[in-house]
Design a protein around this ligand. Sequence first.
Ligand code: ADE
Ligand code: ZN
Length: 337
Amino acid sequence: MIEIKTQEEFLRGLPKTELHMHLEGSLEPETLFMLARRNGVALRWDTPEALRAAYAFRDLPDFLALYFEACAVLCMERDFHDATAAYLRRAREDGVLHAEIFFGPQSFTDRGIPVAAMMDGILGAIEAAEDETFSAGLLVSVHRHRSEDAAFEVLRAILPWRDRILGIGMGGAEIGNPPDKFARFFRAAQEAGFPTMVHAGEEGPPAYVRQALDLGVQRIDHGVAAAADPALMADLAAQGVPLTVCPLSNLRLNVVASLADHPLATLLRAGVRVTVNSDDPPYFGGWVTENLLACADAMDLSRDEVIQIVRNGFDAAFVSEARRADLHARLTAYLAG
Ligand code: ADE
Ligand code: ZN
């Protein structure tokens, strides 16, 4: 019998990547409450449902306030381990074959938590989850609303784990904190041998995406503002710098009024290497599959365009060339089967 898959089943089963997902933003409200109870941390919501009901954000800073507040539930090595393990289980269920996890140590070093507790917890969970079909890695992220000196401190603190870190990035409140503010930091990270990426053009203007490109980063996170600047789009396409786009995040943070207005398809059709990712999935109402599904519906993406987006993810991933070929082959087999 011929099996007819729904679009959702097709997308969930599709071998794919997650290249832009923050560990701190991956906690389901139920997990957040469990960690709070375990660590004796008081929350200002009575139930997970009440917390979920608070997920209505005006903009990025409004979201970040709650996101940083919720970081209080992560305290010990086993919390970082369990949060990572829970995310990786969920990602696998979503058909993700390779996941890169952002994590920002500054929220925790502020509270005196040793970097070793974070790194050992996260990296231990990653190593336990990897097998011949599934791979994952850590991207250490610094906060752009803090100083460049504070970013340098992070870079120094994570050096003992350098061989197990896939790259160095930057997130946080964008407006008023352009990539250029961290030019020395990114140069130092690159000279230390790290691949680099930066959030740019999420709420910020196209000029921030141009600065990101000029910093020589391997990938730009979000980057959607580039769609307003045809010359910038042409340069992104020509240089092949991938964008890790997070459409449901952009919708929930009012970067776009609707997904029909989202520039993903414009960027894709201009030849920019766009990928689709989830950012902070429980906060924004979807994992990679839901992001792909919502975009395919709202933007009328063809099946070939969806497959191009997924292949862009394989090409943009920080994996060996052998693993990259393996990911492409698994997708080809899925499409044939
Ligand atoms: N940290 C977590 N999610 C973020 C986002 N969407 N933009 C910037 N920093 C973030
Ligand atoms: Zn992000």
